[in-house]
Write a protein that binds this ligand. Structure first.
Ligand SMILES: Cc1cc2nc3c(=O)[nH]c(=O)nc-3n(C[C@H](O)[C@H](O)[C@H](O)COP(=O)(O)O)c2cc1C
Length: 204
């Protein structure tokens, strides 16, 4: 059985390109492999809380000494980490907001980047503990950042590659839908390219 973790983070419930394309890939993966199990985390419908001083205190308090509130905080974060560790494939819908990821996706990352669970530091520096995952990321962007003058302003792919790599995840595939604010022709070209990438991923 293939376990798929699907993370969605567009603020749009309708008309979102990253939702549409990531839904399409997950449906096609399910159709190709009937035994797959999907966990959906819609970070817009159900945002995870931003980290706070109280939460950090809860993480570093031994389990037996935690208050009920601290135990509940750690439980949510543990569940999010468990979902990552249980997944074979992680599909992330990541619209570009102000040159990087949405704040809801960043809040989720802050929960799953957990020392001792998804990374650790040793004598040789940091070591990612999340191994053997395939990640597919659907970006959606008004402008074009994969080539051209705005490439230096891409803190989106660069950030996601860095943080996932830090956790040990290196099989990361980007499907960029770009130029979505640049007219109908650009949108059609972007969607056709992304759909063809989906078919290639399914065929592989
Ligand atoms: C708050 C906000 C910030 C945005 N910032 C950028 C940006 O920095 N660069 C860009 O190219 N597009 C930007 N956009 C456009 C979105 O990336 C684009 O509309 C994309 O299609 C959104 O993803 P979605 O279709 O899945 O909702 C922004 C949109 C919003 C709502």
């Amino acid at each position: 059985m293939t376990n798929i973790l699907h993370i969605s983070s567009s603020i749009r419930s309708a008309g979102s390109i990253s939702r549409e394309l990531s839904d399409e890939l997950v449906s096609k993966m399910q159709a190709a492999n009937g035994a797959s199990k999907v966990v959906l985390r819609d970070l817009t419908a159900n945002p995870v809380p931003h980290l706070s001083e109280q939460m950090m205190g809860a993480f570093f308090t031994p389990a037996e000494n935690r208050s009920p509130e601290q135990a509940s905080t750690v439980k949510l974060s543990d569940t999010l980490v468990d979902e990552v560790l249980a997944a074979d494939v992680i599909v992330i819908a990541a619209p570009m907001y102000n040159f990087s990821v949405s704040s809801t996706l960043k809040a989720w990352i802050d929960h799953v980047a957990r020392v001792g669970r998804t990374f650790q530091y040793g004598a040789n520096g940091p070591e990612g503990l999340v191994k053997g995952k395939k990640v597919i990321i659907f970006t959606a962007r008004g402008g074009v950042y994969s080539t051209g003058p705005a490439k230096v302003m891409d803190f989106h792919e660069t950030y996601l590659r860095a943080v996932l790599g830090f956790l040990g995840i290196t099989d990361v595939n980007f499907v960029h839908s770009e130029g979505l604010a640049m007219g109908e022709e650009a949108v059609n070209t972007a969607l056709a390219g992304s759909r063809s990438a989906i078919n290639e991923l399914i065929a592989a």
